[in-house]
Design a protein around this ligand. Structure first.
Ligand code: MG
Length: 378
């Protein structure tokens, strides 16, 4: 690891854990958080959770797990060159999607709808609930008892109402910045950007693999089309080897974006004259693309929305997923005893149902749906 920059989060000066624990002899606080996340049950579930394509649609599509690993890879390599703390970036990246429901965003929307009169459902908030409360592994406390800095990064977005609620339980804690309008650490900002760099790239790959995006379409995609053209100029023979052509274009796009973030971010940090992690939190968003890359990446995102995420075949899946989540919610509400006992025992029944469903993998949710309704939607 290269030397930490003065504006990086330093585990030796962490704001600490909610339950105090002795330090580990050989690992810093952020390494330890990363290790706790890797060993958690919620982390193992990510392998059977949908990113865009349902788990059963093919073995090579990204899942939440492989997506999280790609975010960690991109985040770490940028962190190293910026002098930010790699272990913290890795911990946040591996945990950032722990709160996702089965079936991707469709599952989340359905759960949010079911809970519309009871506080709603946000997957970022749920990721925090997973690491703060729902993982039951330690004798002394619920959750993984992670450091402030890791939890701060996990809570990427939060509504004002939820932030106020969290601040009542934890005054001045990880939700305070949503009330103050300040930023999270640079490591957390970096993970957010690594997240979108990762999915823009892998969704093109998965889109083409699934056949939902044609090569003609991606050849017109903002930003990506430039790389496809350049690759073909350098390697005309790749027109006959489409997969290699796509991979090489993706590799170049990722690499350009990573270097773009590093140079734009270094310049922003220098301009803001930030010399301390807390100062960085006050300075407005500093981890960024150049203006040009930002514009092109927004256009690419828009392209993916239009041609992939709203593709009729994806929408069909989305409708079925909503149905499954909604049916499960109603079934457990009618008979909470159908849930696993630790959820049945809780007094906050609706939130317990939501936690139970949110924790499910795609295939477990499908099996439960079949068991409780006798219907098979796929
Ligand atoms: Mg993500």
């Amino acid at each position: 690891m290269t030397t930490l920059a003065r504006y990086a989060c330093d585990p030796a000066h962490s704001r600490g854990r909610r339950h105090s624990e002795p330090s580990a002899p050989t690992r810093n606080h952020f390494q330890r958080d990363r290790d706790r996340i890797v060993h958690s049950t919620a982390f193992r579930r990510l392998v059977y959770k949908t990113q865009v394509f349902l788990n059963h649609e093919g073995d090579l599509f990204r899942t939440r797990l492989t997506h999280s690993l790609e975010v960690a890879q991109l985040g770490r390599s940028m962190a190293r060159s910026l002098g930010l703390h790699e272990d913290l970036v890795e911990a946040i990246a591996l945990a950032h999607d722990l709160g996702h429901t089965p079936f991707g965003h469709a599952g989340q929307d359905a759960l949010n709808h079911c809970l519309r009169d009871h506080g709603g459902f946000e997957h970022n908030l749920q990721s925090l609930r997973v690491v703060d409360r729902l993982e039951l592994r330690y004798p002394e406390f619920d959750g993984l008892n992670l450091c402030f800095e890791t939890r701060e990064g996990i809570l990427k977005h939060c509504s004002r109402t939820n932030a106020e609620h969290l601040c009542q339980q934890e005054p001045g804690g990880v939700a305070q910045r949503f009330l103050d309008g300040t930023q999270p650490s640079l490591e957390a900002q970096l993970c957010n950007l690594a997240d979108s760099i990762a999915y823009n790239a892998h969704d093109i790959d998965d889109g083409v693999r699934s056949g939902l995006l044609t090569l003609e379409q991606v050849a017109e995609a903002p930003l990506f089309s430039t790389y496809l053209r350049k690759v073909l100029q350098d390697h005309p023979g790749l027109r006959q080897q489409q997969r290699r052509w796509l991979y090489e274009a993706t590799r170049r796009m990722l690499s350009d974006q990573v270097y773009d973030v590093m140079s734009a971010t270094s310049a922003a940090i220098e301009q803001a004259q930030v010399t301390h992690a807390d100062q960085a939190r006050q300075a407005g968003p500093l981890v960024r693309f150049s203006d040009d890359m930002h514009r092109q990446s927004v256009q690419l995102k828009r392209f993916l929305f239009q041609h992939l995420y709203r593709h009729p075949q994806v929408s069909d899946m989305t409708d079925a997923a909503r149905q499954v989540v909604d049916d499960l919610f109603q079934a457990y509400r009618a008979d909470p005893a159908q849930m696993r006992s630790e959820f049945t025992r809780r007094s906050d029944t609706l939130r317990a149902i939501s936690d139970y469903i949110a924790g499910m993998t795609d295939r477990f949710a499908q099996r439960e749906h079949e068991r409780l309704t006798g219907q098979r939607l796929w």
